[in-house]
Ligand binder design. Structure first.
Ligand code: HEM
Ligand code: EMZ
Length: 385
């Protein structure tokens, strides 16, 4: 199976020192590379906080393009729990049968469309379209809202050649402001209205808090889902027998999806701000400096995963941290998992072959490391079964 097609950029440093160092716009980051250390630090919000200036825990830092706090992502306990309990039930809706049926229709339509073409770009014709249309279900808004979201491209804060793009971010912020005002004028049963009606500690959420949840829902669930889907398609091009195998054993779909999330780790790392002088892996870190929890490295830790650089579709024990760990674990994971599982099921049913023709890789520069996280473009042919 595709050995090291997604090479582990962190292997050497993880074994040698357990940490990596990178500069980010003059605000350095010490990256934690071991599975054990990543999990421990994710749990320890008192020493490693998410509640810094909005944007600072993201790498690359978004402090220059965002002032709204993303909720519950940039909030520490105990307040984090108040927000999270408010959102939990809504983000579990993807488990409902009607939701799964609608998602199956959305994904099936995109695949049929792809199969009717000679050649497609997996990023823009498949992954971005599935991600945007599926998001209409999570927000419970009309399907045609997705047309505009698709026109924004894969990342809402970044554009080609630029790490951060304030003008592009402003389009999203203004859009969300308008949708919040629409929901105030005409309350309905979508996420905006539901949040506007909700209370935390006996107080209604403010417009700014609602905006913070929505920015996170639009941004956090976008390139991650697109990378996960695109990487999965490229895997089937490199491993021609895998689709047949899954068709013959559909019961492995759930473990296969977890394995893809581990192996591809669509979100490389996430930062925290150090609250007091301390050490990580015997390395001193100062108060108000940044560390990051490197999910992508932890997911290849040979102390935890056997043959970590191999995709093992039926991997039995898989404590991956691709969706994070501890209280901030991914709230969108239920939705993301349903997208991945349904896509995999329909691919196995409908598609006999995927062949990549041309790939433009999406490479992240992380100081001493470079990591392929996905593709900017992936031209491929899809053949019907
Ligand atoms: C948090 C990964 C999809 C919404 C996280 C975290 C990771 C992650 C690693 C932890 C961040 C931290 O500890 O600071 C992923 C991956 C995805 C994905 C790999 C796709 C394969 C989504 C989607 C949504 C979403 C589809 C929603 C539309 C969130 C939210 C949080 C979060 C709201 C913050 C939870 C909290 O702070 O309590 N995600 N995510 N994610 N994700 Fe995702
Ligand atoms: C932030 C982040 C959330 C950030 C859980 O991750 O995802 C990134 O893609 C966004 O740029 O703002 O939402």
């Amino acid at each position: 199976m595709a050995k090291c097609k997604f090479a582990d950029a962190f292997k050497e440093e993880r074994e040698k020192s357990g940490i990596g160092k990178m500069d980010d716009q003059g605000d350095p980051v010490v990256m934690l590379l071991n599975h054990k250390d990543v999990r421990k630090a994710a749990h320890n919000y008192k020493a490693f906080s998410s509640e810094a200036v909005p944007g600072r825990i993201v790498v690359p830092s978004e402090v220059n393009i965002r002032t709204t706090r993303q909720i519950p992502f940039e909030v520490d306990p105990p307040m984090h729990k108040e927000y999270r309990s408010l959102l939990e039930a809504w983000f579990k809706r993807p488990l409902q049968d009607t939701y799964k049926e609608k998602l199956t229709t959305i994904i099936g339509t995109v695949l049929d469309d792809v199969l009717s073409k000679d050649k497609v770009d997996v990023v823009s014709d498949l992954a971005l379209v599935i991600q945007s249309r599926a998001l209409t279900l999570l927000l419970n808004v009309p399907f045609d809202k997705s047309v505009k979201w698709i026109s924004w491209g894969t990342h809402v804060f970044r554009s080609e050649g630029e790490a951060l793009d304030g003008d592009k971010a402003a389009i999203l912020y203004n859009y969300i402001d308008e949708e919040i005002d629409n929901a105030i004028a005409n309350p309905t049963d979508n996420l905006y209205s539901t949040l506007l009606a909700a209370e935390v500690n006996g107080k209604k959420l403010t417009k700014e808090e609602v905006k913070g949840v929505l920015i996170l829902t639009f941004a956090g669930g976008r390139d991650t889902v697109i990378n996960a889907l695109t990487n999965m398609m490229s895997y089937f091009s490199a491993n021609k027998k895998a689709l047949d195998y899954i068709r013959s054993k559909p019961e492995i779909i759930k473990t296969a999806v977890e394995e893809f999330i581990r192996y591809f780790s669509p979100l490389t790392h996430m930062g925290r701000v150090v609250t007091e002088d301390t050490t990580v892996c015997e390395h001193a870190v100062k108060a108000d400096s940044r560390i990051s929890l490197c999910w992508a490295s932890a997911n290849r830790d040979e102390k935890v995963f056997e043959n970590p650089d191999e995709v093992i579709l039926e991997r039995k024990v898989n404590p991956h941290v691709g969706f994070g760990f501890s209280h901030h674990n991914c709230l969108g994971a239920t939705h993301a998992r349903q997208i991945m599982r349904i896509t995999l099921k329909l691919l196995a049913e409908k598609v006999s072959d995927i062949t990549v023709l041309e790939a433009e890789e999406n490479i992240e520069n992380l100081g001493e490391f470079t990591r392929k996280v996905g593709y900017n473009s992936l031209k491929a042919t899809f053949k019907k079964r």
